[in-house]
Design a protein around this ligand. Sequence first.
Ligand SMILES: Nc1ncnc2c1ncn2[C@@H]1O[C@H](COP(=O)(O)OP(=O)(O)O)[C@@H](O)[C@H]1O
Ligand SMILES: [Mg+2]
Length: 534
Amino acid sequence: MSPPTMQSRAPSRSAAPPAPRRRLGAGRSGQVFEEFQADGSRLACKVFLPDRASSIVNTVLTGAVNPYRWDRHAVECAVLRRRILETLVAGWFAGRVRLPATDGACWNESARAFELRAELIAGRHAMLRHPLAGVAATETAELVREVLHPLQGHLEAAGFDGLLWQAGRGNPVAAANFMRAEEGDRARWVWIDAESGVPALFPLNPWYLLRTYLPLCVKHERPLFDDVDVPRLRAYVMESQKALTERLGERGVARLRADVDALEASQARWRSLPRHRRSVASYQATGKITREQARHYIDKPVRWLARLAGRACVRAPAKLWGVVRPWVAKLNPRHVAAALGRYGRFFLSQDVRTRWARRHVRRRVLDWRGRGFLDLNGVRAVRESMAGGNAAEYVADFGVHLAIKPAIKLMVWGLIPALKMMGVIDSWWLVGALAVYGGAIGRTVYTLGRTVQALIRGRPAPWIALAAGLLPIVGNAAYPLQLLAATHARDGLVARFLVHDILSGVGRRLPIWGGKDTLMEHWFNRLACLVTRA
Ligand SMILES: Nc1ncnc2c1ncn2[C@@H]1O[C@H](COP(=O)(O)OP(=O)(O)O)[C@@H](O)[C@H]1O
Ligand SMILES: [Mg+2]
């Protein structure tokens, strides 16, 4: 018997995608595009093209990449879950939280992936704190206390076990799944993303792994991935029958029940595929093997495994070369000479550094504006504050701290371990200490030079930058902290903005649980408040 994905691959409710499309964002499970409909309305179209890291995790744990990319039954579940949640969430939060209206899903032949369309939300993610944020600075706390925590309770009660992950239980990345939109005379939180990128096995706090996720994996007999306990959901709908009928009417409740039945059927079909069939079906759907080859391998797990292993051995060198090639291209002598020239000019010319400083502040301010966290007046105010006092000079010094980073990283991760291997350095402790403090040492050498220079010229020395630079991570903000201490009123704005931007950037760059709009970014952003009091 052939697996479900080997039949027609288009459970389509929408027409083929019209062009052109602007990219709204991307996460672990897909990329989201803005799409104009014939009637002028706009939709958000999520193409299930997962990122590389989550594809590796899914392949190791389940045998195939994210199922929403290639399994029509998984995608049917995604649509039905969203439709059911649209109804339930609106009731749980009396309209203060909602889901975007779901349009449907279809197969995208050119991307070789399924895509899901929903109402486009004209809003932004929770506001990061910054000196001009005003009352909006409390949005993160509001999201966590008034949306995520109660939502997790409701989901648990209604049997949406796997959705706890997307609603943020132990998962700081989930904050990015919520947007805030001004609708009518009030602001609403909108849960824009109910599809996971990886199984719910990697909470930041291991307590949640032991208390919540592992028991749920045992209950569902698989790594938890957006699973719904349908009997429990059905019982929940029965218990809430009276309130639901008052709100939705008899027909509304009948539609909800029909969606629950359809979800049960689709989820059972999705879950019925054994590991090796998942692998074969995903290869066929993504065009890596033909339908005939899929038929051939569908009942031959050992041969399929042998084929995968053989292919991996043959293709590994080419893949490795694909990763290394861009780096090798950069080693072209002309490129290296040009890069070194630029690098040298940056260190030698105060003019170049000042120009860089202005460009850097402009770029960062525009990024915050693009994310909806600064208005035009805010952008102007920050940029004007750059014009006065020592601001440009200190930001340029901050630029030097950034510029020496690649050289330090090269030393700490390349040269020093190599010297240890060659026996020139004899202690792994020293190698480890340099890995942690290498950045701080590099910064301090530079700041020490600037301090001596300032003392010789009889100018104020950057003592605060010198002290702060000694600390790992926080030390990245050494010069903005110096600027903060040295400037007042108007001038202080750019410094305070940069302290927030730099510390948020640490949260953005952290692997696994970090990223844009994650709670990690918000937590690091809040650290900045200790000095800026924003
Ligand atoms: N309905 C929507 N309206 C507006 N923007 C959206 C919508 N859905 C997604 N986005 C944008 O796309 C980004 C990634 O979408 P998301 O569904 O979270 O992907 P993933 O499942 O891969 O994490 C979001 O952070 C958001 O900025
Ligand atoms: Mg997401």
